[in-house]
Write a protein that binds this ligand. Structure first.
Ligand SMILES: [Zn+2]
Length: 220
């Protein structure tokens, strides 16, 4: 199976790094929550680096919605880093509207998998070749349904990115091979070639790695 370069399903829950006090204004938590979630959406796992608007395409999301749990609105550990699309689609989850029952709470066995406390791979897998998520639990199914994870616009976005990052990867390999050949011939590699290679490597890492910095600070 081809490995995805743009979506990595975490093997383990992320677990919390920081413990600021609750009840502060949201803006003070942004940098911390962003790092907790490794600069990617806690729900669709898309990295900030893959969005044209970058960080500005992301928002703080309340895992338990503040409309239903006002007491949790400013609780630090109820916050997640979310792309605006997931934030919008998640809405009042874990409450769902149906004509028969109105707004009702869904069973806990179907709550969206939580990147901070759940092993996401127990809930869904991602196939790089088709660009599709596949559920392996009822909670994974709920995530795919509620967040439109397999909607055409989402799938096409991921497939286009997979192709672009694959191309970048093959160019990097090509540059490495050329440099290695020249080195073997005793040619001194010019600094601008070294710099170019470093730049390509940096872009590739930004687009393909989920990294927490552990050094985010509470905004004053
Ligand atoms: Zn998202």
């Amino acid at each position: 199976m081809a490995k995805s370069r743009i979506v990595k399903i975490p093997d383990e829950p992320e677990g919390w790094i920081y413990s600021p006090e609750d009840g502060l204004p949201y803006r003070r938590y942004r940098a911390l929550i962003r790092d907790e979630c490794a600069r990617r959406c806690a729900y669709c796992l898309t990295r900030e680096s893959l969005y044209p608007a970058g960080e500005r395409a992301f928002q703080l999301d309340h895992y338990r919605p503040k409309a239903k749990y006002p007491e949790l609105a400013r609780r630090y550990r109820n916050l997640r880093w979310s792309c605006s699309e997931c934030n919008r689609l998640k809405g009042t989850h874990p409450f769902r509207y149906s004509v028969q029952r109105g707004l009702h709470r869904i069973p806990k066995a179907q709550w969206l998998p939580d990147i901070m406390s759940d092993r996401l791979r127990d809930h869904f897998v991602y196939r790089a070749t088709s660009g599709l998520f596949e559920a392996v639990s009822a909670r994974g199914e709920e995530a795919i349904r509620r967040l439109n994870l397999n909607a055409q616009y989402r799938v096409q976005f991921r497939l286009d990115l997979e192709a672009a990052v694959d191309l970048l990867h093959s160019k990097l390999k090509q540059v490495k091979r050329l440099v290695d050949e020249k080195k073997a011939d005793g040619v001194v590699i010019p600094d601008e070639i070294k710099a170019l290679r470093k730049e390509l490597r940096k872009s590739y890492d930004r687009m393909t790695k989920d990294r927490r910095t552990h050094d985010a600070v509470l905004e004053p």
